[in-house]
Design a protein around this ligand. Structure first.
Ligand SMILES: Nc1nc2c(ncn2[C@@H]2O[C@H](COP(=O)(O)OP(=O)(O)OP(=O)(O)O)[C@@H](O)[C@H]2O)c(=O)[nH]1
Ligand SMILES: [Mg+2]
Length: 238
């Protein structure tokens, strides 16, 4: 089982050394997928002998960069599983991969989502703000119920993608923004793929980046979009 990590970067080179300290042994190696950063990330990768790939897509964004990382990881690195790691100091701790490996040895899963909710107390100690936690708790419960997917945190940034998922789902036309991460869950469900979860810690106290709560491209507008997707999902099924 070849497990490869990809680090998504967008002007996060200052936090890149911290990312490197948080890569667990269960990840065979990592590479970087960068979205047109104006910093020294390429140089840092060279220094640390880490393969560096620029997102070639015309439209940039979180989803766009993620698509590039999935293509590179499965096609060039021949991974069986790809672990998503964020360039913001790996705010979602990739150590969750250790639990995922135990799970994968028992069950063949296609998508694993990290859950902050499973270890809520620990995450509250790490500064998980109520303004993010409460909407996530409520919305994830609704989504779990509506979609009948047995996970507790639908909006987590820790994910593990399988090769099988990448072969079954054509994600090329998915959102180039944050919505990608919800679309992939929905399509995994549509294709009857197996979705599982592991607990993940998320450090809101140390320096990191977060999705802004309101305004254009905010967590709020993203959430409205997720409900549109759920509505379309049920309409198509009917
Ligand atoms: N290409 C690109 N990548 C981005 C952009 N915004 C964020 N990212 C990347 O996506 C990662 C996750 O985004 P964050 O804004 O930290 O969001 P999050 O940590 O998943 O979510 P919360 O903290 O719960 O809001 C970042 O570390 C960046 O590497 C963007 O506008 N363009
Ligand atoms: Mg973050």
């Amino acid at each position: 089982m070849k497990i490869v990590g990809f680090v998504l970067t967008k002007n996060n080179s200052a936090l890149f050394p911290k990312v490197l300290t948080k890569i667990p042994k269960s990840i065979d190696h990592i590479f970087v997928s960068d979205d047109n950063s104006n910093d020294n990330i390429e140089e840092l990768c060279e220094k640390n002998s880490i393969k560096f790939y620029k997102n070639p897509q015309i439209i940039s964004g979180y989803g766009s960069n993620l698509k590039n990382a999935l293509n590179v990881g499965f096609e060039i690195h021949d991974a069986d599983y790809l672990v998503e790691i964020h360039g913001d100091g790996a705010q979602f701790n990739p150590a969750a991969t250790n639990d995922a490996v135990i799970l994968l040895k028992k069950n063949k899963l296609d998508l694993i989502v990290g859950s902050r909710i499973l270890i809520l107390r620990e995450n509250m100690k790490l500064g998980y703000p109520l303004s993010r936690m409460i909407p996530n708790l409520i919305l994830s419960k609704i989504e779990k119920h509506l979609l009948k997917i047995d996970i507790t945190d639908f909006h987590s940034g820790f994910r593990i993608y399988s090769k099988n998922l990448s072969q079954k789902i054509n994600y090329k036309n998915f959102s180039n923004d944050y919505l990608f991460s919800f679309e992939i869950i929905l399509h995994a469900k549509k294709q009857n793929l197996k979705i599982g979860e592991v607990p993940v810690t998320c450090d809101y106290k140390s320096e990191h980046t977060s999705h802004k709560l309101f305004g254009r491209n905010s967590a709020f507008s993203y959430q409205l979009e997720t409900f549109k997707l759920i509505y379309n999902y049920f309409r198509n099924r009917l």
